[in-house]
Design a protein around this ligand. Structure first.
Ligand SMILES: Cc1cc2nc3c(=O)[nH]c(=O)nc-3n(C[C@H](O)[C@H](O)[C@H](O)COP(=O)(O)OP(=O)(O)OC[C@H]3O[C@@H](n4cnc5c(N)ncnc54)[C@H](O)[C@@H]3O)c2cc1C
Length: 496
């Protein structure tokens, strides 16, 4: 290794950008090179804050989206240069947030010390191998390689798991709504599988693109829709965190009861149940780590849908718009279980499912407006609480079930490479990657890596809450300050 220390960050979405920005602002004790590698055309965007044809809104008010915990109104101040009447409680465009992240990185780059060099690299990392002396070799798909003393993986969310039986649907199935434009057309009927925030995003974009000339069905096991955000202050929910932590050591059910009581008590005293959720979020990593393994499983199985729905909320204007669509039967929400997807020729939709050659025959129809338009998807499903299957006919199915954190199923070359070398392991509950202090990867022998780190939503395996900007900025900041500490001294202290 040269005298210059090199830190390679793979992925320049929210987390990678903030690790880089914090590293650039930190004090470094020796010459340091920071290399930020991103495969997308734009840096500092990731999936959430990319430029898209529909102006998606943040689902968190501007006052809670600062990239810098020491300056809570940083994002708002940035936004007000473009939208002068923006307020702290506004839900601003996600694309604007992407511009803010870009500007944050640029500011940090400009302020970096002269012995800190910053390189932005466009490329797709397909492998990371231990180097001969120390550190790692980072390999890109185009053959370029970077030697690194430290590597930070900030790869973002994996795509959703494919829905069983959708492989035969061809263009009439969208496996990941964030992978590209969906191009909704007026008159179509779509099924959105999932009823959380992604469903809300897709429903908003679909109704806007078609000027409400679309019929949307949304389905999940429980049919729960996220509630709205409100302007609450964290004043009423007062509790000793020790009692909640003790409940978690006992069982998932005891924890649930304690949280419910706390929410009821908060409301009785004039507060908002959302305060309780914020309180629990703040101690979620400790709660999660205290729950016995069997209770973690129970929580995932029975409580998670209710936690997720209260935890991930919608801007009130989005919910109002969804309610409007629901009143006009443009958005129909169902609770149930999907049983089967079949392709059937349009016009004969009530006949038996189409034979194998039907797609080919239908594709020859001259007046199709889009691929597969002469075909319908017959969806068989069973409403919750019923044993009678029902069917519905739709033009397309969109998978809005959210990320699949079971990395054993990952087809991403980098993830596969890390796992096949035993450098990364899946956590037993399929929530992501196993990590130790500061996100150090735990290897197949159960040891924490000294120079290979992960930051991003898959930290949920060990910390439970690691989704929103508010949590991820903290993980990014702590990792950057650890990496910029003098090697040896501080690291030895930290790992003691
Ligand atoms: C649609 C959406 C909306 C959200 N809205 C909000 C919100 O309003 N408020 C909030 O607090 N949170 C929100 N979140 C949650 C949170 O902010 C994001 O999940 C966060 O952006 C995650 O950051 P990340 O860096 O881990 O992933 P990303 O920002 O997605 O970045 C990962 C980056 O890594 C790159 N990459 C991956 N693999 C490689 C590779 N092998 N080589 C090179 N580059 C690679 C990707 O191209 C990508 O740019 C939202 C999330 C989503 C998905």
């Amino acid at each position: 290794m040269s005298a210059q220390r090199t830190i390679v960050i793979v992925g320049a979405g929210f987390s990678g950008t903030l690790v880089a920005a914090n590293l650039l602002k930190a004090q470094h004790w020796s010459a340091t090179q920071i290399v930020l590698i991103e495969r997308a055309a734009k840096i500092a965007r990731g999936t959430a804050y990319a430029e898209r044809s529909y102006p998606y809104l943040l689902n968190v008010p501007a006052s809670r989206m600062s990239a810098d915990p020491n300056s809570p109104l940083d994002f708002l101040n940035f936004a007000q240069h473009r939208i002068p009447d923006a307020t702290a409680e506004d839900f601003l465009p996600r694309e604007l947030y992407g511009q803010y992240l870009e500007a944050t990185l640029l500011d940090a780059e400009v302020s970096a010390a002269t012995h800190v060099e910053f390189k932005r690299v466009k490329g797709d990392v397909c492998g990371i191998e231990p180097a001969e002396q120390a550190g790692y070799r980072v390999v890109l798909a185009d053959g370029r390689q970077f030697d690194a003393d430290d590597v930070v993986l900030a790869l973002g969310n994996p795509g959703p798991a494919d829905l069983p039986g959708t492989d035969k649907l061809g263009d009439q199935y969208i496996s990941n709504p964030w992978a590209g434009p969906q191009n909704f057309t007026a008159g179509e009927t779509v099924l959105l599988v999932g009823t959380g925030l992604t469903m809300a995003d897709v429903a908003m974009a679909a109704s806007a693109e078609t000027k409400d000339e679309i019929t949307i069905h949304a389905m999940s096991r429980h049919g729960l829709i996220p509630p709205s955000q409100t302007q609450f202050s964290q004043n009423t929910c007062k509790v000793d965190s020790g009692s909640i932590l003790r409940a978690a050591s006992f069982s998932a059910l005891t924890l649930l009861r304690s949280v419910r009581e706390l929410a009821d008590d908060t409301e009785r005293r004039g507060g908002d149940w959302r305060e309780t959720i914020t309180f629990i979020r703040n101690i979620a990593p400790q709660l999660w780590q205290r729950l016995p393994a069997r209770e973690k499983r129970r929580l995932l199985r029975h409580i998670r849908p209710y936690w997720d729905i209260h935890r991930h909320r919608l801007p009130s204007q989005t919910l109002a718009r969804m309610n409007h669509l629901r009143r006009h039967q443009k958005l129909n929400v169902h609770a149930g279980r999907l049983l089967e997807f079949e392709l059937v020729p349009a016009g004969q939709a009530d006949d038996d499912a189409m034979p194998a050659t039907a797609r080919q025959m239908a594709d020859n129809t001259a007046d199709r407006q889009r691929p597969g338009a002469a075909l319908k998807v017959r969806v068989t499903w069973r409403p919750r609480g019923s044993d009678q299957p029902q069917t519905m006919l739709v033009d397309r199915v969109v998978n809005c079930t959210g990320p699949d954190y079971n990395i054993r199923r990952s087809e991403d070359p980098l993830m596969r490479s890390l796992m096949s070398q035993g450098l990364a392991v899946a956590d037993p509950l399929n929530l992501g990657i196993r990590t130790g202090a500061y996100g150090a990867l735990i290897n197949a022998q159960g040891q924490a890596a000294r120079n290979l780190f992960y930051v991003g939503p898959m930290l949920r395996a060990d910390h439970w809450e690691a989704t929103a900007a508010q949590e991820l900025r903290g993980y990014a900041e702590r990792l950057a300050s650890y990496l910029s500490a003098p090697v040896g001294r501080m690291r030895a202290v930290a790992s003691a």
